[in-house]
Design a protein. Structure first.
Length: 245
């Protein structure tokens, strides 16, 4: 049995992992989907920042051992520092179509200037939080919705929660990355070859991935594989977990 802690990206709560958690549990694994502060049933919690989301995840890990900690999309910069602070509880770190960010770099800093300005405008129009864009806008911004039919996307969008502004504009404290902690990237809307190019270019969010502790697995689909390919994603996570146990 492997213990999985599953952290969804922007706009999503623990519910996003339902179709991934089910086959993992059926196979006998212990699965803990997470809702970060400010999202889903935790919407409206005050003072949410990226740092407070990391602290909350570290508290979630308390009492668990040998965890395979999984972060999707915007949760990449949450799970990386959480694993560093709770190293004794984490056996494997998995990034689903995402990566870590260095200390001092926010999600906004990672975006090209025109997209950064657009997000800031959307936040200003929505009380400082960032609502999930529509499908066409996501596509223009490079967030592929491949594999999702219209009804599925509409349901995901309906259940989405605006991302707390503090999680968008802030950064989290980082420790020195631990090369003894295995790290796996499940690449869905980008390829391993593209990652190698970004590593070589020193792009934040990818530059760390050049270490020997990093492995890459491709699951060609859109940016939300928990909705487009949940069974395949579950199988890949189970394989990673088997290697960590």
């Amino acid at each position: 049995m492997t213990t999985f802690v599953l952290v969804p990206g922007f706009w999503l709560g623990a519910w996003a992992w339902d179709e991934v958690a089910a086959p993992l549990r059926a196979a006998g694994h212990d699965v803990h989907p997470v809702t970060l502060p400010g999202l889903a049933e935790r919407a409206g919690e005050p003072g949410v920042t990226l740092e407070s989301q990391v602290d909350d995840l570290v508290a979630t890990l308390d009492g668990l051992r040998d965890v395979v900690l999984v972060g999707h999309s915007g949760a990449g910069p949450v799970v990386a520092p959480a694993a560093e602070r709770a190293r004794d509880r984490v056996a494997q770190l998995v990034f689903v179509d995402t990566g870590p960010l260095p200390e001092g770099i926010s999600h906004l800093d990672f975006l090209p200037p025109d997209l950064c300005s657009w997000v800031e405008q959307r936040m200003a129009e929505n009380g400082g939080d960032y609502p999930m864009p529509d499908r066409a806008t996501l596509g223009r911004h490079g967030a592929s919705t491949d594999g999702l039919d219209d009804d599925t996307f509409a349901e995901v969008h309906r259940r989405s929660t605006p991302e707390p502004g503090g999680a968008v504009t802030g950064s989290a404290r980082r420790a020195e990355p631990d090369p003894s902690l295995p790290k796996t990237v499940i690449a869905c809307s980008f390829t391993r070859a593209q990652v190698v190019g970004l590593i070589e270019a020193g792009v934040p969010g990818f530059a760390e991935m050049g270490g020997s502790e990093w492995t890459f697995v491709e699951l060609p689909t859109g940016h939300w594989p928990m909705f487009s390919e949940p069974e395949k994603l579950a199988a890949l996570l189970a394989g990673v977990g088997a290697g960590a146990s």
